[in-house]
Design a protein around this ligand. Structure first.
Ligand SMILES: C[S@@+](CC[C@H](N)C(=O)[O-])C[C@H]1O[C@@H](n2cnc3c(N)ncnc32)[C@H](O)[C@@H]1O
Length: 287
């Protein structure tokens, strides 16, 4: 994975005083609808695309509670800025609530109170930012190598007023786990990931980020069982316990979110590079 160097250096965390979420409320069609042009010259989606569909309101309220207005502000940012900046496809805008926000928020039920969460490959903030919105007790680090995405994430964190609980780490998961460019290695009780890599590669990147007894929560679709049977051996070699499939949000969202959960049972170090030891601070091998 190469870095996209369109913006500044490694990110340690957003600073400054956040202005707080926009006043747009779920389902508020009176939001500013000034058309803006997207990168392709077409008309970008308006905030109305991010309005909470009435039929999803009960699920959204159940998953976000009194944070629903923050979730709505995030939905609006995804559907406008996120689309214009190419972080989310224009066709996703009207599906932001069911396919993205609710799907990700449902996973909060598998995360204990006050946990430290590391989200690998956050992209536009899914699921890490959604979890931070739904669960203000969590401390969340969004791990993402692409500068264009981390700039968006930093801006969103500031605009939503989440700077106390959310940090953005620009880099790959293996760099976060081992520490690189003078940064301390990071770890957490929960590692989340959605749509990042097949289970074997994901486990190799994510398990080193979990403390012993910590868990990887991988949001997977219909492929979950197949991926487990294909990769369970690799997962075991990496120190992971037997992967288990859980459905999250049963009775709240349809379909529920399928999560593959793997406990880091043993601490297994990274494989030694061929030809001897890696010197401190050296660039990790490309996988
Ligand atoms: C398909 S996107 C998914 C984004 C988001 N999780 C979602 O569900 O919308 C995969 C993301 O993983 C990131 N990624 C790829 N390899 C990575 C690595 N080794 N460590 C951390 N992130 C990585 C990519 O930059 C990209 O943003």
């Amino acid at each position: 994975m190469t870095h996209d160097d369109t913006t500044a250096d490694a990110v340690t965390g957003p600073g400054g005083t956040p202005p707080g979420p926009s006043a747009v409320r779920a389902g508020d069609p009176s939001a500013d609808t000034n058309p803006v042009r997207d990168a392709s010259g077409g008309e970008a989606p308006s905030p109305v695309d991010a309005a909470l569909p009435p039929e999803l309101a009960p699920a959204a309220l159940s998953l976000f509670g009194d944070r629903l207005d923050v979730a709505a502000a995030y939905a609006e940012l995804l559907a406008t800025d996120g689309v214009v900046r190419g972080l989310i496809g224009p066709r996703e805008a009207p599906r932001i609530w069911d396919r993205h926000l609710l799907n990700c928020a449902a996973v909060a039920e598998r995360i204990p109170a006050d946990a430290t969460v590391l989200d690998v490959g956050s992209g536009a903030g899914l699921p890490g930012l959604v979890l931070a919105i739904a669960r203000p007790d969590l401390t969340v680090t969004l791990i993402e190598p692409l500068a264009r995405r981390t700039s968006f994430l930093i801006e969103v964190v500031e605009r939503l007023g989440l700077t106390r609980s959310v940090r953005v780490f620009r880099g790959r998961a293996d760099e976060a786990a081992s520490g690189s460019s003078g940064r301390e290695p990071i770890s957490g009780e929960i590692v989340t990931a959605r749509a990042v890599a097949p289970l074997d590669r994901l486990a190799a990147w994510s398990l080193p980020l979990a403390v012993r007894g910590g868990r990887l929560l991988a949001l997977k679709g219909a492929s979950a069982a197949e991926e487990i049977s294909e990769h369970a051996e690799v997962v075991a070699r990496l120190g992971g316990g037997e992967p288990a499939v859980h459905l999250c949000g049963v009775g709240v969202i349809d379909p529920p979110t399928t999560v593959v959960e793997i406990v880091r049972e043993r601490m297994v170090g990274p494989p030694r590079p061929a030809g001897g030891k890696r010197s401190h601070g050296a660039r990790p091998r490309r996988r």
